[in-house]
Design a protein around this ligand. Structure first.
Ligand code: WTA
Length: 684
C-alpha cells in the first residue's frame, strides 16, 4: 500500500467539520467492524491480485508497465514522467498513440470485431447494438465528416447530445483526428453552453434535434440556437443528429444533418498517432468561484489510467462480462467509464438513454435482466431513491447475472451500501466504492475486488500506483481515527494537465495549499476524509464551497451570482444542506430589494427565482428551497457564515454565533423561518 497512514504519528490531528461530516461519522461508528472478505471463488478468478500493490512500489515503473501492456503505442515511449515543471506533468511524452485506434481498430484487428461494444437502449424502448467492427466503421465515417467540416488536430468541438450512440461515436471521431472534445451535459442552459463554447473556442457543435427523457422529447437544438444567437462566436458549423424528430429551426449556412453527411462519408480512415500529451478533452466542472473550470485531460496517461482502473476495479473479463455504467457522457464518469475505459478494454456494455423511472420504476432492473448485466456502476443517490421505493420493485426482476457493483460520485452511507449489496447484489456481490474527481481522470481510491475485504461506507484504500494522505491544516499526516484533508502526494498518469486558459487558477486551486511539501507540491482535492482504526479512508464531503447534489458538482458562488442577477434580489447566500436522497440539496437565502419586498410575496419570489436559476444554469442547479430573509449572518469582516445557514437549512440548533457582527441576526432568521415554515419547491 502506498498510503502512509501514520498510525504512530504523535501530532494531534486538526479537526475538520466538512459539510456532511458529523452525520457520517456517527453512521460509520455504528457500522465499524463489519467487513466482507471476497469469496475464495471470486479471488481465484479475479483480475486483480494483491501483488499489484507490491509491483507499484515504484509508481512510475508500474504505470509504464501498465501502459505498455494495456495500450498500443504508435511510437513507444522511453520517458515516463517529467515532473520538472511541477505541477505541470508530462507522462510518456515521447510516445505517440491514437486514442480511438486503441478503443476500436485494434480490437477488430485482434479478431474481436464481432464482439458487441454497445447495447444501446432508448428510453421509448427502441434499441440497437453495435459490434466493435460496426462502431469502428461509424467512427471512421464520422472522422471523415468532421475532417470535411475543417476539423484538424487541436481544434475544439463542443458536444451537446443526449445519451445516444452518436455521443460516443462523435467523441471517438474527434479523438481520432487529434481534436479536442468539450462535452456539455444536455441539462445545461443556453447560457452555460455559450460560456463553455466561448471559453474553449469551439469551431463546431454536435447536437441533436432532441432526446428522450421522462417519457417525452426534450429539445436540444433550440438551446444551441439560443446559445449561438447574439454576438458572433467561434462556431462555424452545427451538426445535428436526428433523434427526437421534434420540429427545429434551421440555419442553412451553418447547420447540417449528421445522417446526411454520414450517408455520403468515406468509410476508410487511417488513424494517425499523436503525442501522448496532446489534449484529448476539456470538461467543465464547478469550482469555488462562479466561473466553471475547463479541466484539461491529455491522451496517453489518461487512457492508461482509465484502462487500468476499469479492468482491475471492475474485475473486467471482456469475453464474458456485460458492463453497465449509468452515468451520462456529459460528466467525467461517462467519459472515463462509458467511453474510454470500457472501449480501451474491449468490453461489452449497455448504454441507456433515459431516466431510471421511465416508463416504470423498475426500468433499470429490467435492463439488467434483458442484457444479463454482470457489472453495474451507479451513484448512491439512485440507490437511495430505490431504497425508499422498496425492494418489491427490483425483486420482480432476475438480477442474478450481477457479480460486481460499483458506486461513484458521493459518499455512500452504510445503510445504502448494505441495501445495494443485499437487494441488488443478492447478498454476494463485492461493492467497489470508487473515489475520484473530474480532475483525477480515473478512479483513485477503491477496494480491489477479490483482494480487499470491503467495508460498507468506506472507499478504503488508494489503488496501486496512487499515493494519497490525510493531512491536518498544517500539512501533518493525521493518525488513524482522525479526520483531515485528502491530498494526493505523487503525480498520477490521468491527472488533469491544467485548467483551459487559466494556468494560474490551476496552480492556485489545487497546488497552493500544500505547496511546500519536501517532495514537491501536493494535490489538494477539496474533500475532507477520515482514517478509521484500520487506516481505511472515509470520504466526508467537500470542505470548500462546492456542493454535491445527486453526485453532480455545483458551485455555491455560481448559483449566488445567478440569484443576484435577478432584479428581485439584493443579496444571496447558497448552502448545500444534507438531503436524505440527493446527498446534498441546494438551499438559498435571499434578501429582496427594498422596492420588491413590498410588491411580491416571499412564495412568489421563491418560485420565480427557482426558475430563473434553472434557465440560467440548468435544472440541476435549481434550489430545492429558497428562503426570503431580511438579513444574512456576517462576520465583522463581512464574510457570510454559511455554517450557520446550513444549521438552519438542516433544521438544527444554530451553532456558535459569537463571531457575527450582529449576534441577533440568526435568531431573527430562525424565528422568521419557523413562522413561515419555508416554501419547499416541487420535487424535480
Ligand atoms: C465526490 C465524479 C465520496 C467528492 C467522479 C469529489 C465522492 C467529487 C466519491 C468529484 C466517493 C466522488 N465517495 N465522495 N466514492 N466519488 N465523490 O468531479 O467530493 O463530478 O471531490 O467526479 O465527488 O466530483 P466529480
Amino acid at each position: 500500500m502506498t498510503m502512509s497512514t501514520n498510525a504512530n504519528n504523535e501530532a494531534e490531528a486538526g479537526h475538520h467539520t466538512p459539510n456532511a461530516g458529523a452525520a457520517r461519522s456517527i453512521d460509520s461508528l455504528q457500522h465499524r467492524g463489519k467487513s466482507y472478505p471476497p469469496s475464495p471463488e471470486f479471488t481465484a478468478a479475479a483480475v486483480a491480485s494483491a501483488d499489484l500493490y507490491a509491483e507499484a512500489s515504484d509508481p512510475q515503473a508500474f504505470w509504464a508497465a501498465q501502459s505498455r501492456e494495456l495500450l498500443d503505442w504508435a511510437t513507444p515511449f522511453a520517458s515516463v514522467l517529467d515532473w520538472t515543471n511541477a505541477p505541470f506533468a508530462r507522462w510518456f511524452a515521447d510516445g505517440t498513440l491514437n486514442v480511438a485506434y486503441n478503443c476500436l481498430d485494434r480490437h477488430v484487428l485482434a479478431g474481436n470485431g464481432d464482439r458487441i461494444a454497445i447495447h444501446w437502449e432508448g428510453e421509448p424502448g427502441d434499441s440497437k447494438s453495435f459490434t466493435y467492427a460496426e462502431l469502428t466503421a461509424e467512427v471512421k465515417k464520422a472522422a471523415n465528416v468532421l475532417a470535411g467540416l475543417g476539423i484538424v488536430a487541436g481544434d475544439r468541438v463542443a458536444i451537446y447530445l443526449p445519451m445516444i450512440p452518436e455521443a460516443v461515436i462523435a467523441m471517438l471521431a474527434i479523438a481520432r483526428l487529434g481534436a479536442v472534445h468539450s462535452v456539455v451535459f444536455g441539462g445545461f442552459s443556453a447560457e452555460s453552453l455559450r460560456t463553455r463554447i466561448d471559453d474553449a473556442g469551439a469551431k463546431l457543435v454536435i447536437t441533436a434535434d432532441g432526446g428522450w427523457r421522462k417519457g417525452r422529447v426534450f429539445p436540444l437544438k433550440p438551446t444551441v440556437d439560443a446559445a449561438l444567437a447574439g454576438d458572433p462566436s467561434t462556431v462555424e458549423n452545427v451538426l445535428v443528429v436526428r433523434r427526437g424528430e421534434n420540429e427545429i429551426d434551421w440555419w442553412g449556412e451553418r447547420d447540417s444533418w449528421w445522417h446526411d453527411l454520414m450517408g455520403s462519408a468515406d468509410a476508410e480512415h487511417e488513424a494517425q498517432g499523436f503525442e501522448a500529451e496532446s489534449p484529448l478533452f476539456i470538461l467543465y466542472t464547478s469550482g469555488t468561484t462562479g466561473k466553471p473550470k475547463g479541466i484539461l485531460h491529455t491522451s496517453g496517461g489518461y487512457l492508461t489510467q482509465v484502462a487500468f482502473t476499469h479492468r482491475n476495479v471492475f474485475d473486467l473479463k471482456p469475453e464474458s462480462d456485460v458492463y453497465w455504467c449509468t452515468a451520462d457522457v456529459g460528466w467525467v464518469t461517462g467519459h472515463s467509464y462509458v467511453v474510454y475505459g470500457p472501449l480501451a478494454n474491449g468490453a461489452t456494455q449497455v448504454m441507456y438513454e433515459g431516466t431510471p423511472d421511465t416508463p416504470h420504476a423498475g426500468r433499470w432492473w429490467e435492463i439488467i435482466q434483458k442484457y444479463g448485466v454482470s457489472i453495474f456502476y451507479a451513484a448512491p443517490t439512485a440507490i437511495r431513491t430505490f431504497m425508499k421505493l422498496g425492494r418489491q420493485i427490483p425483486d420482480e426482476f432476475d438480477l442474478t447475472s450481477l457479480r460486481l457493483l460499483g458506486s461513484v460520485g458521493e459518499p455512500i452511507n452504510p445503510e445504502a451500501w448494505n441495501w445495494y449489496r443485499n437487494v441488488i447484489g443478492g447478498g454476494k456481490t463485492p461493492i467497489v466504492d470508487t473515489w475520484w474527481q473530474t480532475e483525477t481522470g480515473g478512479i483513485m481510491i477503491s477496494p480491489l475486488p477479490g483482494v480487499t475485504a470491503t467495508k460498507p461506507g468506506s472507499a478504503q484504500v488508494p489503488l496501486p500506483g496512487i499515493a494519497v494522505d490525510v493531512l491536518d491544516d498544517d500539512g501533518r499526516a493525521v493518525p488513524a481515527g482522525s479526520g483531515g484533508l485528502l491530498v494526493i502526494t505523487k503525480p498520477w498518469p490521468g491527472m488533469l494537465r491544467g485548467i483551459w486558459n487559466d494556468p494560474e487558477r490551476f496552480v492556485e486551486t489545487y497546488w497552493s495549499k500544500f505547496a511546500d511539501a519536501p517532495d514537491g507540491p501536493l494535490y489538494f482535492a477539496g474533500d475532507g476524509a477520515r482514517l478509521d482504526e484500520d487506516g481505511d479512508i472515509w470520504l466526508l464531503g467537500r470542505v470548500d464551497d462546492v456542493m454535491n447534489v445527486s453526485g453532480h458538482r455545483l458551485s455555491t458562488a455560481e448559483i449566488e451570482s445567478s440569484l443576484v442577477s435577478h432584479p428581485f434580489v439584493a443579496e444571496s447566500a447558497v448552502v448545500g444542506a444534507t438531503d436524505e436522497t440527493t446527498g446534498q440539496a441546494v438551499v438559498a437565502f435571499v434578501i429582496l430589494r427594498a422596492d420588491q419586498a413590498e410588491a411580491v410575496s416571499p412564495e412568489d419570489a421563491s418560485e420565480v427565482l427557482r426558475h430563473h436559476v434553472g434557465s440560467q444554469i440548468g435544472a440541476i442547479a435549481r434550489p430545492r428551497t429558497i428562503y426570503v430573509v431580511g438579513e444574512l449572518p456576517k462576520t465583522r469582516s463581512g464574510k457570510i457564515m454559511r455554517r450557520l445557514l446550513r444549521d438552519v437549512a438542516e433544521g438544527r440548533e444554530v451553532g456558535d454565533t459569537t463571531t457575527l457582527a450582529d449576534t441577533t441576526v440568526m435568531q431573527v432568521i430562525s424565528e422568521r423561518l419557523a413562522s413561515a415554515a419555508g416554501k419547499r419547491g416541487p420535487e424535480e
